[in-house]
Write a protein that binds this ligand. Structure first.
Ligand code: G
Ligand code: G
Ligand code: MN
Ligand code: NA
Length: 254
């Protein structure tokens, strides 16, 4: 179909962009970094979200070259912010299952960090349970290499997979992102809040810190801060934004 032809040319036509969603410390509310989120600026349809094209990128294997671009673009942007004096920012990127399976994924990432003189501690890699589960032994090995380099490993969409506890047991991750479906209907004394509270306690007992994503209300913000989440991300604070908006945000006095 036409859409696939468009998609296969999108990279060479420079139609992909990274947008950035701010992340804040829970107590203190300091801007501490961003999650990089892929966008496709389609000449006819405007800005398209990953939901529309990511499955097709995965299915066709185009995700390998696009994912490579994402890694490079994210590191280049971080380099730029570092040069402007924002050297404390962290940047998170998402890795899809196919990218994760790529045999040279470690080198790609390590090379990009080196090329742009980035401290690996500034980078977070987000992997979902489903990504890690495909080949759990290899995942453990690979994630160990990333963390030995100093990169933060985060388990994304935590709680939505079928093997949450196995992931916690096996993966050398230091960050856990509670899926937004848990944040969405969090209310005092609900069963959900007990689940979330327990997840946070388990994470803390394993020296992991917890990111709550999908925060849309002050209530959610207050409750999740009270429960001990370290970092917050959500429309309440900021949507994913194009880079010009992020630069403006960084330069405004906080
Ligand atoms: O905001 P949003 O619609 O951007 O993102 C939807 C989903 O797409 C998220 O689950 C996210 O993990 C995924 N995603 C966004 N950007 C990227 C990317 O650069 N690479 C990969 N592999 N997945 C991404
Ligand atoms: O990688 P992950 O699946 O976590 O992707 C994050 C997704 O969550 C992106 O699609 C982003 O646009 C979306 N998102 C971020 N904050 C919010 C929020 O407050 N509410 C909702 N509904 N979605 C959010
Ligand atoms: Mn994510
Ligand atoms: Na997520």
């Amino acid at each position: 179909p036409l859409f696939l032809q468009d998609l296969s040319q999108a990279l060479s036509r420079n139609q992909f962009e990274l947008w950035y969603q701010p992340q804040y410390t829970a107590p203190g509310h300091t801007l501490c970094g961003f999650e990089a989120l892929l966008r496709w600026r389609h000449p006819q349809h405007g800005i398209l979200l990953p939901g529309v094209f990511l499955p097709l990128l995965e299915k066709t294997g185009l995700i390998i070259s696009v994912g490579h671009w994402v890694i490079d673009a994210a590191c280049r942007q971080l380099h730029h912010w570092n040069n402007q004096g924002f050297t404390q920012l962290k940047l998170a990127i998402n890795l899809s299952p196919t990218q994760f399976e790529q045999h040279d994924i470690y080198d790609l990432i390590a090379d990009s960090l080196a090329r742009y003189h980035i401290d690996p501690a500034q980078l977070t890699l987000e992997v979902t349970e489903n990504t890690a589960l495909k080949n759990i032994d290899r995942s453990v090995q690979l994630l160990n290499r990333f963390s030995q380099l100093g990169i933060t490993v985060a388990i994304d969409d935590f709680g939505t997979g079928y093997s949450n506890m196995l992931m916690l047991k096996k993966l050398p991750a230091t960050e856990l992102k509670i899926d937004k479906s848990f944040v969405k209907d969090i209310r005092d004394n609900s069963r959900n809040v007990k689940i979330v509270s327990t997840i946070i306690d388990i994470a803390h007992s394993m020296n992991m810190h917890v990111v709550a994503e999908g925060i849309e209300t002050q209530e959610q913000h207050a409750l999740l801060t009270h429960l001990g989440c370290s970092y917050m991300q959500g429309f309440l604070f900021a949507r994913p934004l194009p880079v010009e908006k992020i630069s403006a945000l960084l330069h405004q006095k906080t």
